[in-house]
Structures are given as C-alpha cells and as structure tokens.
Design a protein around this ligand. Structure first.
Ligand SMILES: [Zn+2]
Length: 249
C-alpha cells in the first residue's frame, strides 16, 4: 500500500477486506451526498412549476441512491463481514419487493398539509441517514483485527437504511410528486398521458420481437425507439411484444 489505510486500518489486506473497505467507503460518500441533497430541500421552496420540479428531482436522486446503498453496498458489507468474522451464516436481510408506503391520508396539496407531511418525512429520512452515517463512520474507524465485533453494527446500519431511511425517502418522493403535480397541472396531465401510453393493454409472445418493423397487430410502423429490453412496444395499440424463450436442448 502506498498510502496508510484509514478504513479498518488494522485488518489484513485480503481481497475480502479490500472489498469491505470499498463498500464502507462508498456508503460514507453516498450517505453524505444523500444527506446534502435532502438538506437542500429544506425549508421547502415556494411551489412554482420549476422549483417544484427541482425539488422532486432532488428527492428522486437521493431516493435512488438510498435504495442502491440499502440493496447493494450495505448488504454486501454484511455478507463480507460475516465471512471474514468466521464464516458463520447470517440470515440475509429480508428484501421485500413492496416496501413502498402508501400515503395514508388523502393528500390535499393546497391546504399546506402536504408541505407539512413532506417536511416531516424529510426530517425522518435525514435523521435515519445521519444514524446510518454515524454507524458506518464508526465501523470504518474501528481499530484492532477482530472483525467479529463489526457484524452487529453493520447489521444495524443495514436495518436502518432498509427499514427506516428508504421508506421515509419513498414517502418524500410520493409527497414531492403530489406537490409538483399541484404546482404544474400541465406537467401532471402530460405524465398521466405518458403513463397511460406506456401501460400495455396486452402482451404477446412472438419470435424476433426485437426486430419487428411494423406492429403485427395494428400495422403501425415500429422503429428503434419502440424497442424494449426483451422485445418491442406498439404505442398505437398498446401491445407489448416479447421474445419467445429460445428453445434449448
Ligand atoms: Zn399495434
């Protein structure tokens, strides 16, 4: 090493420890960036179309980063810390597909209640991120070569990100979207139209689904922008064509 290691300085320089350091470093950087982003949102700006859009974009960027940290970096850190601390099995953190909190009460963007809810949700998200950040910073600075002491703390950081910070950030995003739509009704109806257009009415398995030059159903021309990852999408009749699985054996 050409520089002195600052993350887990006393642990051996094995491949797994290097990867663990990488994830801890990424978490420190990402959490600091997400905190800075969400802090920029407070106090909430006046809801003009442009400011409401920027607010929503800022919250969306932070929410995506928090999800990445919760799904990837902290999970991987937990795997690695379990391996290096003696290989004992750990139960992987349950990843539920639908953590998205629903907005419990009907939101009325005009009354100011939605702003209050968003301010509270931003406060919740920031508090959870600060807790996770403090734990990660403390883990990274741990001295001594006993990796087993790290596991419980990495697990708490993972739980905090997954169960508290991410749901709070999703709630912020849902509320920011409500406020943006209230501030910019034209953008809201454009989005609703685009969503509707992008929602297939039917799905059809077909050979060569990614190279169709016209829609087999309605005849509309299909071009490069109509390709999806596994086929093509016809906006005219809202049909999704997807590739048949190649036959094996
Ligand atoms: Zn069609």
């Amino acid at each position: 090493m050409t520089h002195s290691e600052t993350i887990l300085p006393d642990l051996p320089d094995s491949e797994q420890i290097r990867e663990l350091r990488f994830h801890l470093r990424s978490l420190q950087q990402d959490l600091a960036a997400s905190i800075a982003r969400l802090e920029l949102c407070l106090p909430l700006p006046a809801m003009e179309p442009a400011t409401a859009w920027r607010l929503r974009e800022t919250v969306a960027t932070a929410t995506a980063a928090i999800e990445h940290d919760a799904r990837h970096h902290v999970q991987r850190a937990l795997d690695l810390v379990s391996v290096v601390s003696g290989g004992a099995d750990h139960a992987p953190l349950e990843v539920e597909p639908a953590v998205m909190p629903s907005l419990t009460a009907p939101v009325d963007p005009v009354s100011g209640a939605t702003r209050d809810q968003l301010e509270r949700a931003l406060g919740d998200a920031l508090a959870a991120l600060a807790r996770a950040q403090a734990i990660i910073v403390e883990i990274a600075a741990t001295q001594g070569d006993d990796a087993a002491t790290l596991r419980a703390r990495v697990s708490i950081a993972a739980e905090t990100l997954w169960r508290v910070a991410w749901p709070a950030a999703q709630r912020c995003l849902a509320l920011a979207q409500v406020l943006h739509h209230a501030a910019d009704p034209a953008a809201a109806s454009d989005e609703a139209r685009a969503d509707e257009l992008a929602t297939p009415l039917r799905e059809v398995a077909i050979d060569a689904a990614r190279s169709l030059s016209s829609c087999p159903r309605c005849g509309a021309p299909l071009a490069a922008e109509d390709r999806t990852f596994d086929g093509s999408y016809c906006e005219s009749c809202r049909t999704r064509f997807f590739q048949l699985e190649p036959r094996t054996g």
